[in-house]
Design a protein around this ligand. Sequence first.
Ligand code: ADP
Ligand code: MG
Length: 431
Amino acid sequence: MLRDRGKIDRLFYILYFCLHMKFSQYHISDKIKKNLTELGFLKPTDIQYKSIPSIMKGEDVLAIAQTGTGKTAAFAIPIVDRLFAKKRHRENKSIRCLVMVPTRELAVQINEVFSKIAANTPLKILTTFGGADQTTQIKALKTGIDILISTPGRMFDLRSQGYIDLSETEVLILDEADHMLALGFIKDIQDVIKHLPRRYQTLFFSATIDEKIKDLAYSIVRNPIRIQLSPKDPVSKNIDHQVAYIEMDDKRFFLERMIREKEESKMLVFVRTKVRAERLAKAMERVNIKTLTMHGDKHQEDRLEVMETFRKGDIRVLIATDISARGIDIPGIHYVINYDLPDVAENYVHRIGRTGRGTERGHALTFCAPEEKPILEIIQGFLGKEIRQMEIDKSDYRMTLALTEEVNTNWQKLLDEAATAKSSKRKKKKK
Ligand code: ADP
Ligand code: MG
């Protein structure tokens, strides 16, 4: 019994030690530790705690952890540390670590995390993506890049033109891995893998993964991958999410009311298509609400500017398509609104995962029209539970429609038009 007690005490001690182990106690270089302190990263998050040792050992890792739990630093810290410790051979012009991500904005964001963790080291980090000038990217590539963060399309182009050397690449990282291995990207990924050396380390990170993609992931790596963390509920516990039943044509009035009522909040509104994003922005403009839009039809410079404006909070409502559903980390998004339901169930998790990041609490509300109920059911099936319903009683529903400034503006417009018509008639009579 006493011996057991000793064991239990030891276990508690280990647990206590683990939970409280700080980055300062890790076997990583002092320079990186200092950078982490500057970032305000003192203790690892769960996924960092679980995956960093395996990555440091050189193992292949498939890590599934909820949105906003610090997956970027989970792969960036050990990789930066290793590449910094092991200097590159002068002759070697190959990319040492390749990070593939689905969107340009995510590439830029991940570059920032890597750059901060690698601050004051000689490591060279570069981002390449479509829509931007190739020449500057090509020039930078010639100097020998340690960490390249890229979207698959541009990566494919640059590699097939011979500007990217993968012959001595040590690490391949797929962030949003399930998405990167799905239709649309898989061909580009397979092309990249073909050009990698015989031995390299693979790291897959995502908040969601299904069995099919998991099998595919296992099939493209030779070593068995370790699954580090697999939450039962894919939705982060920091997020309070609900669904409200609203007719399709009434949705904009509810959005208008929410924006006005939560006047201090940053809000990310997801719609189904580019056209709907622009249309909704126009509808908001008519009621004097300033919004930003983000979708695939926007020019590259505009895309980056939009994200910067939203990040700074100069305009606090961003209307976006699923292009912004994955990976984007903007602290202080208090609300995610699913103005339309997502086409794919897992995107529900990714969309609402843009709120409740790190230790923040977040809210998400889905506007579900009667015709969207079948999609809602698929999403609930994917989550394995029902989404809590926000009850809107009839009078409140009616009031929301009555509150809109659109009606008032329209009235004002009609009155103005009537007034102009009257005065011009009078003028004509006088003549
Ligand atoms: P995920 O990829 O899991 O969705 P991110 O890597 O984007 O999450 O990180 C989410 C937020 O958590 C970021 O704002 C990041 O700065 C913060 N973060 C990550 N690791 C730590 C840490 N160890 N301590 C404090 N904050 C952290
Ligand atoms: Mg991420």
